[in-house]
Design a binder for this molecule. Sequence first.
Ligand SMILES: CC(=O)SCCNC(=O)CCNC(=O)[C@H](O)C(C)(C)COP(=O)(O)OP(=O)(O)OC[C@H]1O[C@@H](n2cnc3c(N)ncnc32)[C@H](O)[C@@H]1OP(=O)(O)O
Length: 364
Amino acid sequence: MEFPFDVDALFPERITVLDQHLRPPARRPGTTTPARVDLQQQIMTIIDELGKASAKAQHLPAPITSASRMQSNRHVMYILKDTSARPAGKGAIVGFLKVGYKKLFVLDDREAHNEVEPLCILDFYIHESLQRHGHGRELFQHMLQKERVEPHQLAIDRPSQKLLKFLNKHYNLETTVPQVNNFVIFEGFFAHQHRPPATSLRATRRSRAAAVDPVPAAPARKLPPKRAEGDIKPYSSSDREFLKVAVEPPWPLNRAPRRATPPAHPPPRSSSLGNSPERGPLRPFVPEQELLRSLRLCPPHPTARLLLATDPGGSPAQRRRTRGTPPGLVAQSCCYSRHGQVNSSPPNTGSQELKQGEQETENR
Ligand SMILES: CC(=O)SCCNC(=O)CCNC(=O)[C@H](O)C(C)(C)COP(=O)(O)OP(=O)(O)OC[C@H]1O[C@@H](n2cnc3c(N)ncnc32)[C@H](O)[C@@H]1OP(=O)(O)O
């Protein structure tokens, strides 16, 4: 992947590690040093372009890696440059790997909940023309050494088939521990962890707190300052959550006709909290405008006509109140699938809504 500026001078090392500060690495002695702000701009351009290319490769509706997301999260990016070819003397980027610690609730093989904060593989991309040349492994290996983790200690955020094959080939990771969230963990994840008896989440927490000699959750890491309980996002901390935005009108406009027979292909199960068991996942709905139009065309009931006639002050007041009411709440579904199966397609899911969804996820 080429850029109109000198990537080779910008990133002197073969693998560059960037955190949320996006600091330009120290340059080789003898190279001219442009203004720091220009260098950072170049870094931001590279990250944005890599994010777009990765999203395209994974068929995601929007990038999950961007300079702005890097700046607002405590993620780390490993960027691999091409040292062999120097197209137009400016170097090129081969790919990147993005990791970050996340607080998760994961099930162990006894289906007990465990609160852990593992290092997660969040995004990984090697340029199409260079895949299956060992570059992915080189990046991954570098990351493992830098972060001092073992492959089985990692959690992977919705791995693609290619990544699953990659992990299997290079690290023998094959047997997964089934989860209800979007992260994949492998056998051995809990090998070095303190294992309280299989019980409820609350009891698990209590027994953890009471443990005399709690073994730190794998992998051992420098934990950021302890956050309030409210900050923990058990089933929705996937970086890809913000891609799942869909808008549903408020009740009763969201009611779909009951089906006599179950659908042949049930909609993909959402792993996020918030889907009411009664309502189930979101379904295609009658367009709101159409429904309102048909309601307006409905002749009023005789009793309603009588009431309107006898209470002239009440109705306008009611109308005013109704007019002043803020817009109804909209529900968000969790219908994004890596494979592009969106089980409810809103008529208007533009970038504005994506941004909003991202903001909401971050806020939540
Ligand atoms: C949490 C996440 O980030 S999920 C998203 C992961 N990223 C993607 O799917 C984007 C597209 N794919 C890629 O960018 C790359 O293929 C990566 C990052 C998965 C792997 O990087 P590479 O440089 O290709 O890996 P590397 O050359 O070190 O290893 C090759 C092995 O990876 C796996 N692999 C790589 N590409 C493919 C492919 N097209 N089909 C099947 N397996 C593949 C195979 O096991 C392969 O070994 P093989 O060639 O003997 O079958």
